[in-house]
Design a protein around this ligand. Structure first.
Ligand code: PHE
Length: 360
């Protein structure tokens, strides 16, 4: 017995020194392996008598069990230490205050656009969208602005790849191309319905076609940049074409829109003679607030006019029969006036301190 205890003690000491599972397995081999110390002791029993084998065997077994128990304890201690280290490394303090994610809100220009869509929607206008990369035909030529027309220089155009050498594609300089795009679709659709003998009375205007009544909001582009001009800006096009749509309708629709948009009747509206190739006559629409910080100043908010007969023709309609008005207003300008913003560039800087003031 006496000669066994030091071996057990040595095993304890060796296992305690092992810093990794591999160290521990090496230490184990020294005692319990094929040529380990305990195995050697067992081999040494061969020479003993039967009685001696009994007592010696029992003693060796006890020592072996003690070493195995020490080994298991050491294995467990290593596993516990490993887990503790891992937990430490991945420690998460759940009592720490969380990082807040801002609530986010619509951009003031989007808010203005939503308002515009809701107001015109309530007056029976459809809302249409069109491409920002536009063909020369839709942006200029179809709008009665042929290639050599001096009015083309009114727009500082960004040209892009595509199109033809004489008529390259461009970033639309206004939303007016949507007049043509929408009207052509509309006319095509109702011509097809009429050809198919549609008798849906609700859809039919004058027995053939419902009026064209649409707004088209969206991004527009011009080479221009200062406190009131941005190379990318927003417009909303308005178009109403029927058999008897006059300037009177333009005035009532626009006045209705603008008083609803600004939530006040205390404003005046005036038409100022102007020129656009695609309207005749043409006018700028100015408004003047009768109260508030902008009181007493005429502010230009829109171009407008009666749709030019050539444009009506390019829509696929007979100008002897169809007539209407169009307008194009700056959405950013309307948003600036509504929210009291004096520098257009603030809308596009993406500064959260500015934008967060419009959360609703
Ligand atoms: N497209 C014109 C502009 O951008 C505005 C306009 C639209 C004028 C429709 C008349 C009719 O300046």
């Amino acid at each position: 017995m006496n000669d066994l205890q030091p071996i057990v003690d040595a095993a304890h000491a060796a296992f305690a020194l092992a810093a990794t599972p591999a160290d521990l397995e090496n230490a184990k081999a020294q005692f319990l392996g094929k040529s380990g110390r305990m195995t050697e002791l067992m081999k040494g029993m061969a020479a003993l008598s039967v009685d001696e084998k009994k007592t010696r065997g029992a003693a060796i077994n006890l020592a072996k069990q003690a070493i195995e128990a020490a080994l298991n304890a050491a294995r467990q201690a290593l596993a516990d230490a490993e887990l503790a280290a891992q937990l430490q490394a991945e420690a998460l303090d759940v009592t720490f205050p969380g990082r807040k994610h801002g609530q986010g809100s619509l951009h003031p220009v989007s808010l203005a656009q939503e308002r515009i869509e809701a107001i015109f929607g309530s007056m029976g206008f459809d809302v249409a969208q069109g491409p920002e990369i536009e063909a020369d035909w839709f942006n200029f030529t179809a709008l009665n602005t042929p290639e050599d027309h001096p009015a083309r220089s009114m727009h500082d155009t960004f040209y892009v790849e595509g199109g033809s050498a004489t008529a390259p594609n461009l970033l639309r300089t206004h939303t007016s191309p949507m007049q043509i795009r929408y009207a052509v679709q509309h006319v095509k659709k109702y011509r097809a319905l009429a050809a198919a003998g549609s008798t849906n009375a609700e859809q039919l205007f004058s027995g053939a076609m419902p009026e064209i009544r649409v707004i088209a909001p969206g991004r527009t582009y011009r080479v221009d940049s200062d406190a009131t001009h941005s190379p990318m800006f927003h417009q909303v096009e308005g178009l109403w074409v029927g058999e008897n749509i006059s300037f009177k309708d333009l005035k009532s629709v626009y006045l209705n829109f603008i008083t609803t948009f600004f939530e006040t009747d205390a404003l005046k509206l005036r038409f100022r003679p102007s020129y656009f190739p695609f309207t005749e006559p043409s006018a700028e629409i100015d408004i003047m607030f009768e109260t508030g910080p902008l009181k007493g100043r005429w502010l230009e908010v829109s171009g407008s006019g009666q749709v030019h007969p050539q444009v009506i023709r390019n829509m696929g309609l007979d100008p002897e029969r169809y007539i209407g008005f169009a307008f194009g207003s700056g959405i950013d300008r309307l948003a600036m006036l509504r929210y009291g913003v004096n520098d257009l560039r603030l809308f596009f800087d993406g500064d959260i301190r500015f934008l967060s003031q419009f959360g609703s």
